[in-house]
Design a protein around this ligand. Structure first.
Ligand SMILES: Cc1cc2nc3c(=O)[nH]c(=O)nc-3n(C[C@H](O)[C@H](O)[C@H](O)COP(=O)(O)OP(=O)(O)OC[C@H]3O[C@@H](n4cnc5c(N)ncnc54)[C@H](O)[C@@H]3O)c2cc1C
Ligand code: FES
Length: 279
């Protein structure tokens, strides 16, 4: 797989350091699965040198790809300032994705902060297959300013439940509190559909989701993040401990893992760190 040139078609600010980069020239991303990502580098000289990993938010047939980005450092700040017409180098689609939606399974998609893109794309894919009905997205962050693209999510036809740690929108608390409430609801409703959980967000949130899924014996998939240099399994910089072998490489074996594969190495539960999700 080689880097290809794409162009910024639109750079839409969502406020709070979030923006959606719409790229053209991404025909080779057609058929990408939710959870897959790209390595992206702008035409910005040598600093920063390395490309940055970004999940796909949406991919359209005519070579258009959308990315949701939050500014956290130099690379993402430069992306935020990329005007329409800017050239970017893109490698992808990389990694594996979430399992495909299925008619006999209800998916609970748990997004924390800027962990939204793979779950947005999963909901979009479920909608396209006519399977969004019955699945739910639970989306949490520190404050309402970190909950973005709400209109676009609702337009996908999936039920949306929000949580903020400061109570400014949706349930006050962590997105994992909402997950536990929804699981109680599902148990009480005795739905014949099997439940499945898919999550992406800050590491502490992922561990908490994995623990909840394990305690309820629910199939669960976690999309992990690590700093990445190559994105293709060469630099060995994105290793995480795993159950079935000493290390798994997030870029190559993930970023989506069955929770059982990585939960064996999750730290003991902590109540002090943020799980809601401003990544
Ligand atoms: C598979 C994958 C998918 C991702 N998808 C998205 C996405 O859709 N949208 C988005 O905004 N971001 C996403 N990220 C995170 C994004 O890659 C980083 O925020 C970005 O690389 C930071 O680059 P920077 O130059 O702006 O910041 P830097 O100056 O490189 O770093 C700023 C701070 O962020 C921390 N950091 C950098 N990269 C990561 C990382 N991967 N995980 C945890 N902390 C990190 C650094 O330690 C530092 O404290 C994803 C990461 C991975 C691995
Ligand atoms: S980023 Fe290089 S091996 Fe994963």
């Amino acid at each position: 797989m080689r880097y290809f040139d794409a162009r910024v078609i639109e750079n839409r600010s969502l406020g709070g350091g979030y923006f959606v980069l719409r790229l053209g020239g991404c025909e080779s991303l057609t058929g990408s699965r939710p959870g897959q990502f790209v390595m992206l580098r702008g035409d910005w000289g040598r600093d920063p040198l390395l490309p940055r990993p970004l999940s796909l938010l949406s991919v359209a047939h005519e070579g258009r790809a959308d990315l949701l980005v939050k500014v956290v450092g130099k690379g993402t700040a430069l992306m935020e300032r990329s005007p329409p017409g800017s050239r970017v180098s893109v490698l992808g689609p990389l990694g594996n994705g979430f399992p495909v939606p299925s008619a006999d399974v209800a998916d609970l998609l748990v997004a924390g902060g800027v962990g939204l893109p793979p779950l947005f794309m999963q909901a979009e894919s479920a909608g396209r297959l006519g399977m969004a009905n019955g699945s739910e997205m639970l989306y949490g962050a520190r404050t309402s300013r970190d909950l973005v693209l709400l209109g676009e999510i609702r337009a996908l036809g999936i039920a949306l439940r929000l949580a903020t740690e400061d109570g400014s929108l949706g349930r006050r608390g962590r997105v994992t509190d909402e997950l536990e409430a929804r699981l109680d609801h599902w148990r009480a409703a005795a739905s014949p559909r099997r439940l499945r959980i898919m999550a992406c967000g800050p590491r502490e949130m992922l561990w908490a989701v994995g623990r909840i899924a394990q305690s309820c014996d629910i199939e669960c998939y976690l999309s992990m993040e690590e700093q990445m240099a190559c994105g293709i399994g060469v630099c060995l910089g994105c290793a995480v401990a795993a159950r079935t072998r000493p290390y798994l490489y997030v870029c190559k074996h993930g970023p989506v893992f069955p929770a059982a594969e990585v939960m064996a190495y999750a730290p003991a539960a902590s109540t002090s760190q943020s799980e809601g999700g401003a990544q």
